[in-house]
Design a protein around this ligand. Structure first.
Ligand SMILES: [Zn+2]
Ligand SMILES: [Zn+2]
Length: 853
């Protein structure tokens, strides 16, 4: 063998991360199919996915953590014999590209594709095992044409529609925002910018049609974090109630429809409260400058409360319009107020105020000294005795109606039924279910997005672009400004076209789609990424879906993760997929902070992955993000921690590299049976530790994903190996571990255990050990429970229930043996001498308690 082909001769005794990682990087680049899923595989499938990034230009540490988790899992599943799908792509439409275009005069496409190239190179340098042949880039026509195709299908089914509506408008983005993108009254991108309300013609997707199912199916998602399910439940915000029409006294054609969940309390209503943005409020203030000014003040107060982020804590405040509404149940006139705590986007924007039986109304009425009539009293055992005065506000359903005309004496639940039926019979109300979830407004007055494939013809009105004319290509060389509506409106070649119905002139829609459309179904495209006849082959997607494990930030709990559930349900109803839900298991990793703050440019505490890789290597960097804390917890970044991992990997390297060439001759010399090793206590000790470590790491992958404890277990094993070596060095004996038959097994398994966490080093060691099979698909080590079992265990000894000491006994000791050991212990002997042993309680394997007097 020529010297340069002998791995033992090029071995260095120092762990050189850069050398090893550059070598494996080059190797892995040569094999494009290395991480490819197998076609027509008989293995069980496993689809592991990390959320695709926005191509901002550089990876940040949060990305590295996210991908290190997914990558460890993918490698573990490969080693466990699964057919693994592990792809990556780019959520590459969106506003930053336009901002960059304005700032640097770079076309968004160029800027975006350059960023993708940078980040992809970083991912490769980090050694993430992605199947790049399935890469999805949402800003390319080969992808976004299917957004347009789906849009046409939604339109056909009546699930996409256009209406004039009050929309959230961010003046900085100069575009419409979905409700989900309004955070505390501000833009989700511009936390300091208040969102304005504007009237615009917009395209909507009818997600509310799926509200019930989106809510109900949350119960199926048992392997989603509870906090995400709760956030979605709250976001969907289902409540059952009654709509009741109040007429405005003396104002013709005026109806105020209130939404209430407690129609049983309506006889106790003392006022109607309108949201300041309610259309009737504006109407009543039309010729009343004072009132108009006051209402504007209320709007400002509400906006301010949203800004602070807690509308519920607003100092409740209102103005009397001096108009009256008529309670349709009893004909009573109640004053109409406008109040700052009533929200236009909940229910109908109008409520009835029942101060005796509602917390907020009580607070409000107390402030303005309004009457507080009681209409519900606590239920009593004796039906004759109903006059118990409730403590106000009395808000439970556990009561009986009083002062409520024909409904007196009914229990609350029953009253709600009967009174709702009464309203329906008399035509002034009905039962209803309201949702906080609103239809999804997808129109954006932006350039860098998917063109909405619709036309406007003077003769035919709204005309969809025929499927055969897709894609509607986003034109290039467009002058982008952030004002004056969609930039596409200023491109005549784009706007002016021919109506496919009448052949006459038509205008194209110039709005583009919300980028959350792109991410609503991208993960299906990975299963069939180059299909140019359909978005993906339903059969292929059927094999891979649902996603077995999805990993990403909790900030996507409502937007992306609700939209993509909706999209899946729509595709199921159009017969394109069979699964009801896209994601079986969801994991949300914790944030990375440094010095107590979220990493950000403005704080100046960003840690660059490139810098960490240059200093410590990719393996140390990735492994540190898994080791520093449990993956769902917030990680407080410490550079020294990465250095610590690098030192650990050096120790592993030295341990394996030093003795690797000895492996073959020793393996032949000694058999590895455990019974033989019993005669070698040192080796048996290591063998037990090894099998315990395999068990701990395997259990963590199967269970709670505490990779930090997995890695700590591997570190303990390595420490034991060094300690054993030192003992042997001091007193050489044939029982030394490194000289034992066990050693090849230790080296091999240690390398396998490291493979998901430090793949470059693991591959290097694997090769040194002379292994020919690819480490990626080498079988994950199995532990033997018999070998993992301790020979001896520690048992706590208590005297009168108080811990006194620990004794060491053989595993599986009987009660008698444990008692014998305990009573023979010097400490215990001293403690009980002169006392009477009354009772001995032994729980084998757990503890012994001596009761003395
Ligand atoms: Zn904004
Ligand atoms: Zn036409």
């Amino acid at each position: 063998m020529p010297p340069d082909e002998n791995p033992t001769l090029i071995r260095e005794d120092r762990y050189d991360a850069q050398r090893i990682e550059t070598k494996w990087f080059a190797r892995w680049q040569q094999d494009a199919s290395l991480y490819a899923a197998e076609p027509n595989s008989t293995k069980p499938k496993y689809y592991v996915l990390e959320m695709l990034p926005y191509p901002s230009g550089v990876l940040h540490m949060g990305h590295v953590r996210n991908y290190a988790i997914g990558d460890a899992l993918a490698r573990y599943m490969w080693m466990n014999g699964y057919n693994v799908l592990h792809p990556m792509g780019w959520d590459s439409f969106g506003l930053p590209a336009e901002n960059a275009a304005i700032a640097n005069h770079t076309p968004p496409r160029e800027w975006t594709l350059r960023n993708i190239a940078n980040m992809k190179a970083q991912m490769k340098r980090l050694g993430f095992a992605y199947d790049w042949s399935r890469e999805v880039t949402t800003c390319l026509p080969e992808y976004y044409r299917w957004n347009q195709w789906f849009f046409l299908k939604l339109y056909e089914k009546g699930l996409a529609y256009r209406k004039k509506s009050r929309v959230n408008w961010c003046p900085k983005c100069a575009t419409v925002l979905a409700n989900e993108q309004v955070v505390n009254g501000c833009c989700w991108r511009h936390e300091d910018t208040l969102v304005e309300q504007r009237e615009l013609e917009q395209w909507f997707l009818r997600i509310t049609q799926y509200a019930e199912e989106l809510l109900r199916d949350l119960d199926k998602l048992a392997d989603w974090p509870e906090k995400v399910r709760t956030m979605q439940r709250n976001w969907i915000g289902r409540s059952e109630g009654t709509l009741v029409d109040f007429k405005l006294d003396g104002v013709p054609d005026s109806t105020i429809t209130v939404f209430t969940t407690r129609v049983d309390t309506i006889y106790g209503a003392t006022s109607i409260q309108l949201a300041p943005q309610h259309p009737l409020a504006a109407r009543l203030a039309k010729n009343n400058d004072l009132l108009r000014g006051q209402i504007e003040q209320l709007i400002a107060e509400q906006r301010k409360a949203r800004e602070v982020g807690d509308i519920g804590a607003i100092e409740k405040h209102g103005v009397n319009t001096h108009h009256f509404a008529v309670n349709p149940y009893n004909g009573e006139r109640v004053p109409v107020w406008v109040a700052n705590y009533i929200l236009m986007d909940y229910g109908t924007g109008a409520i009835m105020s029942v101060p005796a039986h509602d917390e907020r109304d009580h607070e409000f009425a107390s402030k303005y000294n309004l009457p507080i009539p009681i209409v519900i009293v606590p239920r009593t055992a004796d039906p004759e005795e109903t006059s118990v005065e409730p403590l106000l506000p009395f808000t439970t359903f556990d009561g009986t109606l009083v002062n409520s005309g024909a409904f007196n004496g009914l229990d609350c639940e029953e009253a709600i039924q009967q009174m709702t039926a009464h309203a329906e019979q008399n035509g002034f109300g009905k039962a209803t279910v309201t949702f906080r979830l609103k239809d999804w407004g997808i129109s954006r007055q932006r350039y860098w997005g998917t063109p909405i494939p619709m036309l406007y013809c003077e003769k035919d009105g709204i005309v969809p672009v025929p499927e055969k004319n897709l894609p509607v290509i986003l034109p290039e060389n467009v002058d982008i400004t952030l004002t004056g509506g969609s930039p596409l409106g200023r491109v005549p070649e784009f706007v002016n076209t021919t109506c496919p119905k009448c052949g006459g002139p038509a205008r194209r829609e110039t709005d583009t789609m919300d980028t959350f459309v792109d991410s609503s179904w991208y993960f299906y495209r990975y299963t069939d990424a180059h299909n140019d006849r359909e978005p993906f082959d339903p059969k292929t997607a059927g094999y891979w879906f649902p996603i077995d494990q999805y990993i990403g930030g909790v900030e996507h709990a409502i937007l992306h993760l609700i939209y993509s559930r909706f999209w899946t349900k729509f595709m199921r109803d159009m017969g394109w997929v069979k699964n009801d839900e896209p994601v079986e298991r969801l994991f949300t990793q914790g944030m990375i902070i440094k010095g107590g703050a979220k990493m950000s440019k403005s704080v100046g505490n960003i840690v660059s992955p490139d810098e960490m890789i240059a200093r410590y290597g990719a393996d140390s960097t990735r492994m540190y993000t898994l080791f520093a804390t449990a993956p769902d917890r917030e990680l407080d970044w410490q550079d020294e921690g990465v250095e610590g991992i690098q030192r650990f990997l050096s120790r592993v390297y030295r341990l394996v590299a030093r003795t690797a060439p000895l492996e073959t001759q020793l393996a032949a010399s000694l058999p590895a049976q455990p019974e033989k090793l019993q005669a070698q206590p040192e080796a048996r000790h290591i063998q037990r530790k090894l099998h315990q470590t395999i068990k701990r790491v395997s259990d963590d992958f199967q269970g709670r994903w505490h990779f930090n404890t997995s890695i700590a277990a591997i570190m303990e094993l390595v420490n034991e190996l060094y300690a054993a070596e030192e003992r042997v060095a001091r007193a050489p004996s044939p029982a030394g571990v490194a000289q034992s038959a066990l050693w090849p097994e230790v080296q091999r398994n240690l390398t396998l255990l490291l493979a998901p966490f430090a793949p470059h080093l693991a591959h290097e060691l694997w090769e040194m050990l002379g292994e020919k099979e690819s480490l990626l698909r080498a079988p994950w080590p199995k532990y033997d429970p018999a070998l993992a079992k301790e020979d001896e265990i520690e048992i706590p000894v208590q005297i009168n229930g108080k811990l006194r000491c620990l004794i060491v006994v053989p595993v599986d000791s009987s009660k008698e043996v444990i008692q014998e050991h305990a009573l023979a212990d010097q400490k215990i002997k001293a403690a009980i001498s002169g006392k009477q042993l009354v009772k001995v309680i032994v729980v084998p394997g757990k503890l012994i308690n001596l009761v003395v007097r």
